[in-house]
Design a protein around this ligand. Structure first.
Ligand SMILES: Cc1ncc(COP(=O)(O)O)c(C=O)c1O
Length: 417
């Protein structure tokens, strides 16, 4: 007889993470065969060409120079005012839509997703995202007693599947009065896809159609965790302008995170930025999300917020910081390009990677494909729909040859089945 002390809604919960399992296997292989022979494509953080976890030098310098009081003092629950202003500038750059805005500090991008689910979907309702998605979305929904449903991200031609998106929004809104839609772009985890300007026009048109008449409420959560590794600053933010002049019953939320953009993953600092044509909706946004912060983690990391504001308020520091981050981005870009060019050359059907930390290859039995890759000392993450390879973590020299080996592993697994 087993005994559980857990409340009924908590019994049996285990956060099984395919990523940690895969990375443990990679670490074991490193001990056995040496780091030089092993390709660890499981890590979700930027590793330099020597495969060391890298910190943007200006971030490290400013962070280390912070006075102790800026590290240890409490911050206001909604965030430091200079930080809250800065994250709005940083989120939009020159592509700020017209409308009203508010920002609320959160514990990373994860905190934004948590608050958005809690405050913008009903208990028991369904939240929508694409079929290739970051696994934490599901855990966050389940924990908050919501369901997560998906549409196929790509159509046959590997373009954004607007028909599938539209059909799912319609289906869910036939049953619910409101919907929270999570779209991770640009540089989507796990595929590296970025919605185009045209994709966004279509997405927002679908939302406008359903919002007409004011009966349904739609919240679009844009998860921009990887935006700083997605291309030229203003080019990859152009779509944001389209969030201006939306009907009052469509709310835009952008999930800003310092994890990747500042290489500060463990400092747990982010912000949610609300955009609406209604002043009232934004006032409410600031109030209810601050309330949820108080009820969840109270205030967040003061040191990281101060560090961001310090860089942002100094033009020379900002230029230096951006140049350093750009250099990291170019390394990731080169790694991604090697894989995609080789995939094309050998006939491996990878998903349409545009940018970012990860790229993916569809596979029916991704666990078996990853296992086969272990024979070549390549470690990737088996997801439900395929294999995820971390361009952020694999140096260019080791990226060479992975595509062909993945194809070989896929063919082997298909041949066995
Ligand atoms: C798609 C996506 N969104 C958001 C995040 C948020 O990360 P954090 O909570 O560290 O800001 C991550 C991190 O892995 C991610 O992959």
């Amino acid at each position: 007889m087993t005994i559980s002390m857990a409340a009924s809604h908590s019994v049996g919960k285990v956060a099984k993470d395919a990523i940690f399992g895969a990375s443990a296997a990679a670490n074991k292989a490193v001990l056995e065969f040496g780091a030089g022979k092993v390709t660890n494509a499981t890590i979700g953080a930027f590793m330099d060409d020597e495969e060391r976890l890298a910190c943007i030098p200006t971030v490290e310098k400013i962070f280390r120079e912070l006075p102790m009081k800026d590290i240890i003092a409490y911050a206001p629950i909604s965030g430091l005012p200079a930080y809250l202003d800065a994250v709005i500038d940083l989120t939009f750059a020159d592509q700020k839509p017209e409308g009203y805005f508010a920002s609320v500090a959160t514990a990373g991008g994860t905190g934004v997703i948590h608050h958005s689910i809690w405050n913008y979907s009903e208990i028991g309702d369904t939240v929508l995202t694409s079929d290739w998605f970051w696994g934490a979305y599901n855990i966050l929904c389940t924990e908050a007693k919501r369901k997560l449903d998906t549409y196929a991200l790509f159509d046959e031609a590997h373009s954004f599947n607007i028909a599938g998106f539209s059909a799912k929004v319609k289906e869910i809104l036939a049953k619910q009065d409101s919907i929270l839609i999570i779209i991770n772009t640009p540089a989507h985890n796990p595929t590296g896809y970025s919605l185009s300007e045209e994709d966004w026009t279509q997405v927002l048109d679908v939302c406008r159609d359903h919002a007409e008449g004011g009966k349904k409420k739609i919240t679009l959560l844009v998860d921009i965790a990887y935006i700083d590794f997605a291309g030229e600053k203003n080019e990859c933010r152009k779509f944001m302008k389209q969030f201006g002049h939306l009907p009052e019953n469509i709310l835009g939320i952008f999930a800003f995170s310092m994890s990747k953009g500042y290489t500060l993953y463990g400092q747990r600092t982010g912000a949610m930025i609300g955009v609406s044509s209604s002043k009232e909706v934004i006032r409410e946004f600031a109030e209810i999300n601050q309330y949820t912060s108080r009820a969840t983690w109270s205030n967040i990391n003061r040191g990281a917020m101060t560090m961001l504001a310090t860089i942002h308020q100094d033009q020379a520091l900002t230029r230096q910081f951006e140049a350093e981050r750009e250099a990291y981005y170019q390394l990731i870009r080169e790694r991604g390009a090697i894989f995609m060019e080789e995939a094309k050359a050998c006939g491996l059907k990878a998903l349409p990677y545009k940018a970012g930390f990860f790229l993916s290859v569809p596979a029916k039995d991704s666990v078996a494909v990853c296992q086969k890759l272990h024979e070549d000392l390549i470690f990737a993450v088996p997801l439900k729909r395929g294999v995820r390879i971390a361009a952020c973590a694999v140096p260019a020299a080791k990226m060479k040859g992975i595509a062909a080996k993945t194809l070989k592993a896929l063919q082997f697994v298909d041949g066995v089945k």
